[in-house]
Design a protein around this ligand. Structure first.
Ligand SMILES: Nc1ncnc2c1ncn2[C@@H]1O[C@H](COP(=O)(O)OP(=O)(O)OP(=O)(O)O)[C@@H](O)[C@H]1O
Length: 230
């Protein structure tokens, strides 16, 4: 298998002494390029901490993270910011759209932030795919929750970074809308050959993944799915 993300013996502890919390307690993980990996586990098991490390949003105490050949350890905040802007499309539960910008401006926000040229053909394709092409001049509040998350997905895909990290992307949506949005995200990731890593509590969503990684107490418990044992 071709790994795009490699995590080695990653540790992150909070606090000291008796009350020390082992948020990540020696995590090893290989994420296969172009696949959909779901990260599950109970609340407090370390999913968000792992997500933040892979996304270059936080520093581990020890261990290493390599993303698309880039080793994150030792990077300074400025370098990490450039890494995040160019390499990762982030999708959040709360959509993180900018209310004063139109749908189109929100979709182009990350590309513009990274001073990349806009690929308008790709923009049209993505917005058509995500059924946003008639909503481009609207503002986020004029869209339903599912619509707003489709904007979040479009913004992540527009970066063409190859890696999309999603943290409970359908956590604020009802189950029917969740299924619809997830179906779109999964097929968009397939169509545009994106590696999708998604944190989710929802077993139905995890079932849609190529592989499920389960966390408990800062460790990876088991890995099931198509790439079992790899
Ligand atoms: N900044 C922090 N300071 C202290 N403890 C923290 C901090 N961030 C996380 N933790 C602790 O680290 C552990 C792992 O947290 P994390 O948020 O990664 O879990 P999670 O699996 O994402 O949980 P949830 O599903 O509830 O979001 C938890 O015990 C949490 O309380």
């Amino acid at each position: 298998m071709e790994s795009i993300i490699t995590v080695k013996d990653l540790k992150k502890y909070y606090g000291k002494g008796e009350g020390r919390i082992k948020a990540l307690d020696g995590v090893n993980l290989e994420i296969e390029k172009g696949k959909f990996t779901a990260v599950t586990g109970s609340s407090g098991s370390g999913k968000t901490t792992l997500f933040n490390m892979i996304g270059g949003l936080d520093y581990p105490d020890s261990g290493s993270v390599t993303v698309d050949g880039i080793e994150l350890q030792g990077m300074r905040e400025r370098q990490l910011a450039v890494f995040r802007r160019s390499k990762i499309g982030f999708i959040y539960q709360s959509y993180n759209l900018i209310p004063s910008l139109t749908v189109q401006e929100n979709i182009l926000f990350s590309v513009n932030l990274g001073k990349q040229a806009v690929d308008w053909v790709f923009f049209q394709e993505i917005t058509g795919f995500l059924k946003l092409d008639k909503r481009l001049n609207d503002y986020p509040h004029q869209l339903s929750g599912g619509g707003q998350q489709r904007v979040g997905i479009a913004r992540a895909l527009m970066l063409k970074s190859g890696i999309v990290l999603a943290d409970e992307p359908t956590g604020n949506l009802d189950s029917r809308t969740s299924q619809e949005v997830l179906g779109l995200l999964k097929s968009a990731a397939d169509t545009y050959r994106q590696t999708l890593v998604m944190i989710t509590h929802n077993p139905d969503i995890a079932q849609m993944a190529d592989r499920v990684v389960r966390m408990e107490d800062g460790k990876i418990l088991e890995r099931v799915g198509r790439q079992d044992g790899k």
